[in-house]
Design a binder for this molecule. Structure first.
Ligand SMILES: NC(=O)C1=CN([C@@H]2O[C@H](COP(=O)(O)OP(=O)(O)OC[C@H]3O[C@@H](n4cnc5c(N)ncnc54)[C@H](OP(=O)(O)O)[C@@H]3O)[C@@H](O)[C@H]2O)C=CC1
Ligand SMILES: O=C(O)C1=N[C@H](C(=O)O)C[C@H](O)C1
Length: 248
Protein backbone atom coordinates (compact mmCIF):
# COMPACT_ATOMS: atom_id res chain seq x y z
CA UNK A 1 0.00 0.00 0.00
CA UNK A 2 1.27 3.48 -0.84
CA UNK A 3 0.59 5.97 1.96
CA UNK A 4 -1.04 9.13 0.59
CA UNK A 5 0.43 12.09 2.45
CA UNK A 6 -0.64 15.73 2.58
CA UNK A 7 1.76 18.37 3.92
CA UNK A 8 0.60 21.55 5.68
CA UNK A 9 3.22 24.29 5.71
CA UNK A 10 4.67 22.74 2.55
CA UNK A 11 6.79 25.75 1.56
CA UNK A 12 8.25 26.32 5.02
CA UNK A 13 11.70 25.26 6.23
CA UNK A 14 10.40 21.95 7.61
CA UNK A 15 7.49 21.43 5.21
CA UNK A 16 9.74 21.63 2.14
CA UNK A 17 12.13 19.08 3.68
CA UNK A 18 9.19 16.80 4.52
CA UNK A 19 7.93 16.99 0.91
CA UNK A 20 11.37 15.91 -0.34
CA UNK A 21 11.57 13.06 2.20
CA UNK A 22 8.07 11.78 1.40
CA UNK A 23 8.74 11.92 -2.34
CA UNK A 24 11.92 9.86 -1.80
CA UNK A 25 10.20 7.26 0.42
CA UNK A 26 9.30 4.09 -1.52
CA UNK A 27 6.04 3.53 0.38
CA UNK A 28 4.64 7.11 0.26
CA UNK A 29 3.33 9.65 -2.20
CA UNK A 30 2.48 13.34 -1.84
CA UNK A 31 -1.14 14.05 -2.67
CA UNK A 32 -1.43 17.61 -1.32
CA UNK A 33 0.91 20.48 -0.48
CA UNK A 34 -0.78 23.33 1.38
CA UNK A 35 0.79 26.58 2.55
CA UNK A 36 -0.43 29.84 4.06
CA UNK A 37 -2.07 31.14 0.87
CA UNK A 38 -4.17 27.96 0.56
CA UNK A 39 -6.54 26.39 3.07
CA UNK A 40 -6.68 23.09 4.91
CA UNK A 41 -10.27 22.97 3.61
CA UNK A 42 -8.79 22.21 0.17
CA UNK A 43 -8.12 18.71 1.54
CA UNK A 44 -11.84 17.94 1.76
CA UNK A 45 -11.94 16.37 -1.72
CA UNK A 46 -8.52 14.67 -1.64
CA UNK A 47 -8.13 10.95 -0.92
CA UNK A 48 -5.54 11.13 1.84
CA UNK A 49 -4.20 8.80 4.53
CA UNK A 50 -2.01 11.06 6.68
CA UNK A 51 -1.53 14.81 6.99
CA UNK A 52 1.81 16.15 8.27
CA UNK A 53 1.61 19.60 9.91
CA UNK A 54 4.62 21.90 10.20
CA UNK A 55 2.90 25.29 10.21
CA UNK A 56 2.62 27.74 13.09
CA UNK A 57 1.38 27.50 16.69
CA UNK A 58 -1.39 30.02 15.85
CA UNK A 59 -2.99 27.84 13.15
CA UNK A 60 -2.23 24.26 14.11
CA UNK A 61 -5.36 23.76 16.26
CA UNK A 62 -7.66 24.83 13.38
CA UNK A 63 -5.82 22.43 11.08
CA UNK A 64 -6.22 19.61 13.60
CA UNK A 65 -9.91 20.30 14.10
CA UNK A 66 -10.48 20.11 10.35
CA UNK A 67 -8.51 16.84 10.01
CA UNK A 68 -10.25 15.16 12.95
CA UNK A 69 -13.66 16.24 11.63
CA UNK A 70 -12.74 14.74 8.25
CA UNK A 71 -11.32 11.47 9.66
CA UNK A 72 -7.75 12.20 8.57
CA UNK A 73 -4.84 10.91 10.66
CA UNK A 74 -2.24 13.55 11.52
CA UNK A 75 1.45 13.73 12.37
CA UNK A 76 2.20 17.08 14.02
CA UNK A 77 5.61 18.72 14.38
CA UNK A 78 4.35 22.24 14.97
CA UNK A 79 5.15 23.56 18.43
CA UNK A 80 2.92 25.40 20.91
CA UNK A 81 1.09 22.51 22.59
CA UNK A 82 0.00 23.46 26.11
CA UNK A 83 -1.78 20.97 28.41
CA UNK A 84 -5.03 22.86 27.58
CA UNK A 85 -4.52 22.35 23.84
CA UNK A 86 -3.82 18.65 24.36
CA UNK A 87 -7.02 18.34 26.41
CA UNK A 88 -9.02 20.05 23.67
CA UNK A 89 -7.60 17.66 21.09
CA UNK A 90 -8.33 14.65 23.31
CA UNK A 91 -11.93 15.90 23.49
CA UNK A 92 -12.21 16.00 19.69
CA UNK A 93 -10.62 12.54 19.38
CA UNK A 94 -13.00 11.10 21.98
CA UNK A 95 -15.72 11.53 19.33
CA UNK A 96 -13.55 9.67 16.77
CA UNK A 97 -12.18 6.62 18.63
CA UNK A 98 -10.78 5.05 15.45
CA UNK A 99 -8.61 8.03 14.54
CA UNK A 100 -4.97 8.68 15.46
CA UNK A 101 -2.90 11.83 15.97
CA UNK A 102 0.82 11.84 16.77
CA UNK A 103 2.39 15.02 18.14
CA UNK A 104 6.17 15.06 18.55
CA UNK A 105 7.90 18.09 20.08
CA UNK A 106 11.05 16.88 18.31
CA UNK A 107 11.48 14.23 15.60
CA UNK A 108 15.29 13.96 15.79
CA UNK A 109 16.41 10.67 17.32
CA UNK A 110 19.17 12.32 19.37
CA UNK A 111 16.78 14.91 20.76
CA UNK A 112 14.32 12.20 21.82
CA UNK A 113 17.15 10.24 23.47
CA UNK A 114 18.50 13.36 25.20
CA UNK A 115 15.07 14.08 26.70
CA UNK A 116 14.95 10.51 27.98
CA UNK A 117 18.46 10.85 29.45
CA UNK A 118 17.45 14.11 31.12
CA UNK A 119 14.36 12.46 32.60
CA UNK A 120 16.60 9.68 33.98
CA UNK A 121 19.18 12.08 35.47
CA UNK A 122 16.71 14.57 36.96
CA UNK A 123 16.04 12.72 40.22
CA UNK A 124 19.73 12.80 41.23
CA UNK A 125 20.50 16.54 40.98
CA UNK A 126 19.19 19.45 43.08
CA UNK A 127 19.81 21.91 40.21
CA UNK A 128 18.47 21.64 36.66
CA UNK A 129 18.27 24.33 33.96
CA UNK A 130 17.73 24.20 30.19
CA UNK A 131 19.35 26.29 27.47
CA UNK A 132 17.70 25.95 24.05
CA UNK A 133 19.34 27.56 21.03
CA UNK A 134 17.62 28.06 17.66
CA UNK A 135 17.84 29.88 14.32
CA UNK A 136 16.65 33.49 14.35
CA UNK A 137 13.53 32.68 12.27
CA UNK A 138 11.84 30.72 15.05
CA UNK A 139 8.48 32.19 16.07
CA UNK A 140 8.04 30.78 19.56
CA UNK A 141 10.04 30.70 22.78
CA UNK A 142 10.73 28.61 24.66
CA UNK A 143 10.89 25.78 22.14
CA UNK A 144 8.42 22.90 22.28
CA UNK A 145 11.33 20.57 22.97
CA UNK A 146 12.45 22.64 25.96
CA UNK A 147 8.90 22.78 27.34
CA UNK A 148 8.56 18.99 26.98
CA UNK A 149 11.98 18.43 28.59
CA UNK A 150 11.07 20.73 31.48
CA UNK A 151 7.84 18.80 32.05
CA UNK A 152 9.72 15.47 32.11
CA UNK A 153 12.33 16.86 34.54
CA UNK A 154 9.65 18.36 36.79
CA UNK A 155 7.79 15.05 36.91
CA UNK A 156 10.98 13.15 37.83
CA UNK A 157 11.93 15.73 40.48
CA UNK A 158 8.48 15.59 42.05
CA UNK A 159 8.43 11.79 42.26
CA UNK A 160 11.91 11.88 43.84
CA UNK A 161 10.69 14.39 46.42
CA UNK A 162 13.01 17.17 45.25
CA UNK A 163 11.86 20.69 46.09
CA UNK A 164 12.82 23.93 44.40
CA UNK A 165 16.31 24.16 42.89
CA UNK A 166 18.73 26.22 45.01
CA UNK A 167 18.93 29.85 43.84
CA UNK A 168 19.98 32.78 46.00
CA UNK A 169 19.04 35.45 43.44
CA UNK A 170 17.28 38.37 45.10
CA UNK A 171 17.69 40.95 42.35
CA UNK A 172 17.66 40.34 38.59
CA UNK A 173 16.86 42.14 35.36
CA UNK A 174 13.62 40.82 33.81
CA UNK A 175 14.44 37.70 31.80
CA UNK A 176 17.95 37.31 33.21
CA UNK A 177 17.03 34.04 34.91
CA UNK A 178 15.05 32.73 31.93
CA UNK A 179 11.43 31.57 31.86
CA UNK A 180 10.00 29.20 34.45
CA UNK A 181 8.43 26.15 32.81
CA UNK A 182 7.03 23.70 35.36
CA UNK A 183 9.46 25.32 37.85
CA UNK A 184 12.46 24.61 35.59
CA UNK A 185 14.44 27.61 34.25
CA UNK A 186 14.58 27.71 30.44
CA UNK A 187 16.89 30.12 28.60
CA UNK A 188 16.20 30.75 24.89
CA UNK A 189 18.93 31.85 22.46
CA UNK A 190 18.03 32.97 18.90
CA UNK A 191 21.05 33.22 16.62
CA UNK A 192 21.55 33.33 12.86
CA UNK A 193 23.48 30.27 11.72
CA UNK A 194 21.96 27.87 14.25
CA UNK A 195 19.38 25.17 13.46
CA UNK A 196 18.10 23.52 16.68
CA UNK A 197 20.15 22.80 19.79
CA UNK A 198 19.56 22.13 23.47
CA UNK A 199 21.62 21.75 26.62
CA UNK A 200 20.20 20.37 29.83
CA UNK A 201 22.40 21.25 32.78
CA UNK A 202 22.29 19.38 36.06
CA UNK A 203 24.25 20.36 39.17
CA UNK A 204 24.95 18.61 42.46
CA UNK A 205 27.61 18.32 45.13
CA UNK A 206 30.92 19.06 43.38
CA UNK A 207 29.79 18.04 39.89
CA UNK A 208 27.70 18.99 36.89
CA UNK A 209 26.23 16.95 34.07
CA UNK A 210 25.45 18.49 30.66
CA UNK A 211 23.28 16.67 28.10
CA UNK A 212 23.55 18.38 24.72
CA UNK A 213 21.90 17.67 21.40
CA UNK A 214 22.50 19.47 18.09
CA UNK A 215 20.38 19.29 14.95
CA UNK A 216 22.83 20.64 12.37
CA UNK A 217 20.48 20.07 9.41
CA UNK A 218 16.69 19.68 9.12
CA UNK A 219 17.36 16.27 7.54
CA UNK A 220 17.88 15.10 11.15
CA UNK A 221 14.09 15.27 11.67
CA UNK A 222 13.11 13.26 8.59
CA UNK A 223 13.56 9.62 9.74
CA UNK A 224 11.34 10.43 12.72
CA UNK A 225 8.70 12.13 10.58
CA UNK A 226 8.54 9.20 8.14
CA UNK A 227 8.39 6.75 11.06
CA UNK A 228 5.55 8.84 12.52
CA UNK A 229 3.61 8.71 9.23
CA UNK A 230 3.90 4.91 9.10
CA UNK A 231 3.08 4.46 12.80
CA UNK A 232 0.09 6.80 13.01
CA UNK A 233 -1.76 4.57 10.55
CA UNK A 234 -1.97 1.88 13.22
CA UNK A 235 -2.37 4.04 16.33
CA UNK A 236 -5.72 5.33 17.55
CA UNK A 237 -6.10 8.25 19.95
CA UNK A 238 -3.48 10.82 20.86
CA UNK A 239 0.22 9.96 21.12
CA UNK A 240 2.53 12.70 22.42
CA UNK A 241 6.27 12.22 21.94
CA UNK A 242 8.24 10.05 19.54
CA UNK A 243 9.64 8.19 22.57
CA UNK A 244 6.33 6.31 22.71
CA UNK A 245 6.65 5.21 19.08
CA UNK A 246 10.26 4.15 19.64
CA UNK A 247 9.22 2.33 22.87
CA UNK A 248 12.00 4.08 24.83
N1 LIG B 1 8.79 18.62 15.95
C1 LIG B 1 9.93 18.87 15.31
O1 LIG B 1 10.82 17.99 15.23
C2 LIG B 1 10.15 20.20 14.70
C3 LIG B 1 9.20 21.16 14.86
N2 LIG B 1 9.32 22.37 14.26
C4 LIG B 1 8.19 23.27 14.38
O2 LIG B 1 7.49 23.29 13.15
C5 LIG B 1 6.88 24.56 12.96
C6 LIG B 1 7.31 25.12 11.61
O3 LIG B 1 8.69 25.39 11.63
P1 LIG B 1 9.44 25.95 10.33
O4 LIG B 1 9.24 25.02 9.18
O5 LIG B 1 10.81 26.30 10.76
O6 LIG B 1 8.61 27.31 10.07
P2 LIG B 1 8.39 28.08 8.70
O7 LIG B 1 7.87 29.42 9.07
O8 LIG B 1 9.60 27.97 7.85
O9 LIG B 1 7.24 27.23 7.99
C7 LIG B 1 5.89 27.28 8.32
C8 LIG B 1 5.12 27.31 7.02
O10 LIG B 1 3.73 27.19 7.30
C9 LIG B 1 3.05 28.17 6.54
N3 LIG B 1 1.74 28.42 7.09
C10 LIG B 1 1.35 29.38 7.97
N4 LIG B 1 0.04 29.28 8.23
C11 LIG B 1 -0.41 28.23 7.48
C12 LIG B 1 -1.68 27.62 7.33
N5 LIG B 1 -2.76 28.08 7.97
N6 LIG B 1 -1.78 26.54 6.52
C13 LIG B 1 -0.71 26.06 5.86
N7 LIG B 1 0.52 26.61 5.97
C14 LIG B 1 0.67 27.67 6.78
C15 LIG B 1 3.99 29.35 6.54
O11 LIG B 1 3.66 30.30 5.55
P3 LIG B 1 4.06 31.86 5.80
O12 LIG B 1 5.54 31.86 6.01
O13 LIG B 1 3.61 32.53 4.55
O14 LIG B 1 3.31 32.27 7.02
C16 LIG B 1 5.32 28.64 6.28
O15 LIG B 1 5.52 28.40 4.90
C17 LIG B 1 7.29 25.41 14.16
O16 LIG B 1 6.28 25.37 15.12
C18 LIG B 1 8.54 24.71 14.66
O17 LIG B 1 8.78 24.93 16.02
C19 LIG B 1 10.42 22.68 13.51
C20 LIG B 1 11.44 21.77 13.36
C21 LIG B 1 11.39 20.44 13.93
O1 LIG C 1 11.48 25.84 15.21
C1 LIG C 1 12.36 24.93 15.14
O2 LIG C 1 13.30 24.99 14.34
C2 LIG C 1 12.23 23.75 15.99
N1 LIG C 1 11.15 23.61 16.69
C3 LIG C 1 10.85 22.54 17.56
C4 LIG C 1 10.72 23.05 18.97
O3 LIG C 1 10.11 24.11 19.19
O4 LIG C 1 11.20 22.37 19.89
C5 LIG C 1 11.79 21.37 17.40
C6 LIG C 1 13.20 21.73 17.12
O5 LIG C 1 13.75 22.28 18.27
C7 LIG C 1 13.29 22.72 15.96
Amino acid sequence: MTIRVGVLGARGRMGAEVCRAVEAAPDMEIVAMIDADESVHDLADVAIDVVVDFTHPDVVMDNLRFCVEHDIRVVVGTSGFTPDRLDTLRGWLAEKPLLGVLIAPNFALGAVLSMKFAQLAARYYPSAEIIELHHAGKADAPSGTAAHTAALIAEARASAGLGKAPDATTSALEGARGALVDDVRVHSVRLAGLVAHQEVLFGGEGETLTIRHDSLDRKSFMPGVLLGVREVLGRDGLTVGLENVLSL
